[in-house]
Unconditional design. Structure first.
Ligand code: XUL
Ligand code: CO
Length: 439
């Protein structure tokens, strides 16, 4: 088979002292942290769309990154791209991949051609998956790129578009079933609105829930065993997206009785766009038992859009991984690098370097999260902070054995004392101390 990246060797762990750009300094897959290997904590996944398709195009200029894979067209191009992708995943030791239907094949001249092209690639993937052991993290359908989806897919005001969205999702679910995917993601790319002046929001949300229910029923009836995820994002491409953030998506799932069938796929940059930290979003999912999967990227917070950078902020990643660990880890989920190269990162080494940097970042984040847990100061502080609810009247609040009158009575007799300090400056410094120990 043709080698697409001859200058990229199999990437090995060389340890923190290594200066080799093409080696892991921190991701040591067999190293055990808190009773599990790094590979178990960090089920990394390769996002097809960024890892193989994104060519650096922005609104000011054409692509800067060569994604021609030998200049082929049609199915030959799709196959070459898959070969290149599996070569990269194998060299990097990435065990999962994720794709949109449109990422992996040509859409052809009709919906039927699109369906056949996708089915062809599903067969092609099987060969690579059997050969390498690489698994499908999740699949999805792109219901936002084509002009027909300009006013939504599963929230479109037009039946024809809604039905075409169903066609695409059905085929993508067939692919997920065939390839034994661990998950299937619904990101509401254009499921939102531009202006309320032309929008029946209640109807669109009801229709979205109906769409999800039909998709879940179809998948289950046809032997699908994986998870279903909603991926929240507040804006981009629509001005107001329905799955604004974790809390909004959870409210939607609960309202329509979908919370037993769907969990959340949370993305770092989407959290920032919603005005949250990544750890906030994961915490919201965790306390509701709805953490599913993770899209691993960071925002460039100096700008207000979705830059999808490879993660580079160790402290932020540590706080996110702390939440993942506290949630008991990712059960069905993966850590999917929904991350793209910067436009000037344009040569044949950069794609691999992006993944190496992202994987090392997550390894460091995992190590720091484990250190925070083992150190115990943060958790002890939080426990102590709420300890007035451990006994006496506080314990009666928790068990539901008191009432407003008893609390009021208690308060009236109080000798008012100063409120204890929240100590947040100290707690931030604890994390810095742990992060920089030995410097
Ligand atoms: C867009 C985004 C998507 C989803 C899959 O911001 O994150 O790539 O992950 O549709
Ligand atoms: Co994403």
């Amino acid at each position: 088979m043709k080698e697409f990246f001859p200058n990229i060797p199999k990437i090995e762990y060389e340890g923190p002292k290594s200066k080799n750009m093409l080696a892991f300094k921190h991701y040591n897959k067999d190293e055990v942290i808190l009773g599990k290997t790094m590979a178990e904590h960090l089920p990394f996944s390769f996002a097809y769309w960024h890892g193989l398709n994104y060519d650096g195009t922005d609104m000011f200029g054409v692509g800067t990154i060569d994604r021609s894979y030998g200049g082929l067209t049609g199915r030959a191009l799709a196959e070459a791209k898959a070969d290149a992708g599996f070569e990269l995943m194998e060299k990097l030791g990435i065990e999962y991949f994720c794709f949109h239907d449109v990422d992996v094949c040509d859409q052809g001249a009709s919906l039927t051609e699109f369906k056949e092209n996708l089915a062809h690639m599903v067969d092609y993937f099987k060969g690579h998956m059997d050969r390498t052991g690489i698994k499908l993290g999740w699949a999805t359908a792109n219901l936002f790129g084509h002009p027909r989806y300009q006013q939504g897919g599963a929230t479109s005001p037009y039946l024809d578009t809604y039905a075409t969205a169903a066609f695409q999702v059905k085929n993508a679910l067939d692919a997920a079933i065939e390839l034994d995917a661990k998950g299937y993601t619904f990101w509401g790319g254009r499921e939102g609105y531009e202006t309320l002046l032309n929008t029946d929001m209640g109807f669109e949300l009801d229709n979205l829930a109906r769409f999800y229910k039909m998709a879940i029923k179809y998948a289950k009836d046809n032997g699908y065993k994986g998870a279903f995820y909603i991926e929240p994002k507040p804006k981009e491409p629509t001005m107001h997206q329905y799955d604004f953030d974790a809390a909004t998506a959870i409210q939607f799932l609960q309202k329509y009785g979908l919370d037993n069938d769907m969990t959340l796929n949370l993305e770092g940059n989407h959290a920032s766009l919603a005005g949250h930290t990544f750890e906030h979003e994961i915490r919201v999912a965790r306390i509701n038992g709805l953490l599913g999967s993770i899209d691993a990227n960071h925002a460039e917070t100096l700008v207000g859009w979705d830059t999808d950078e490879f993660p580079k902020d160790v402290k932020g990643t540590a706080l996110a991984m702390y939440e993942v660990i506290k949630a008991g880890g990712l059960d069905t989920g993966v850590i999917n690098f929904d991350s793209k190269l910067r436009r000037p990162s344009n040569d044949e080494l950069d794609q691999a370097i992006g993944f190496i940097a992202g994987m090392d970042n997550y390894a460091l984040g995992l190590k720091l999260a484990a250190k925070i847990i083992e150190d115990g100061r943060l958790e002890d502080f939080v426990k102590e902070r709420y300890s007035s609810f451990d006994s006496g009247l506080g314990a009666k609040v928790v068990s539901g054995e008191t009432n407003l009158e008893e609390l009021a009575d208690y308060a009236e007799k109080l000798e008012e004392k100063p409120v204890p300090s929240g100590r947040q400056e100290y707690l931030h410094s604890v994390i810095n101390d742990l992060m920089c120990e030995g410097l």
